[in-house]
Design a protein around this ligand. Structure first.
Ligand code: SF4
Length: 119
């Protein structure tokens, strides 16, 4: 063992890079899937955001739930939130699917809850 105090300045910090979705989530487990809310089906009941508070929040313009963080809660708590959804609009998906799902959702004409449907 060396007593060289400059060793701390010679070791490079690990490059953290961009998040891949496979980082350890809370609890030290690896999660293979991402969680996704189909906002076109969400009825804004707020159950999911009340259960997994570090994962779901209510989007303020349309009043529907949205995942704001993939590693905010453990898998069991997220599953509990999914199970509370009365319209089954929350799913586990592959991380690679998220971009497509977001694009499809953007192409739908989602109206704020409480407004009558477009004719
Ligand atoms: S539980 Fe389902 S319907 Fe209720 S806010 Fe969450 S996603 Fe929307």
């Amino acid at each position: 063992m060396t007593n060289n105090p400059t060793i701390a300045f010679q070791v490079k910090a690990q490059d953290e890079g961009k998040p891949s979705g496979k980082e350890p989530v809370l609890g030290g487990q690896l999660r293979q899937k991402a969680v996704w809310v189909d906002e076109s089906l969400c009825i804004g009941c707020t159950y999911c955001s009340s259960v997994a508070t570090n994962t779901f929040s209510m989007e303020p313009v349309n009043g529907r739930a949205r995942v704001f963080r993939q590693d905010g809660d453990g898998t069991d708590l997220i599953q509990e939130a999914i199970d509370t959804c009365p319209v089954n609009c929350i799913d586990w998906v592959r991380f690679e699917e998220l971009e497509d799902l977001r694009a499809k959702l953007k192409s739908k004409n989602i109206r704020p809850l409480g407004l009558p449907p477009l004719r």
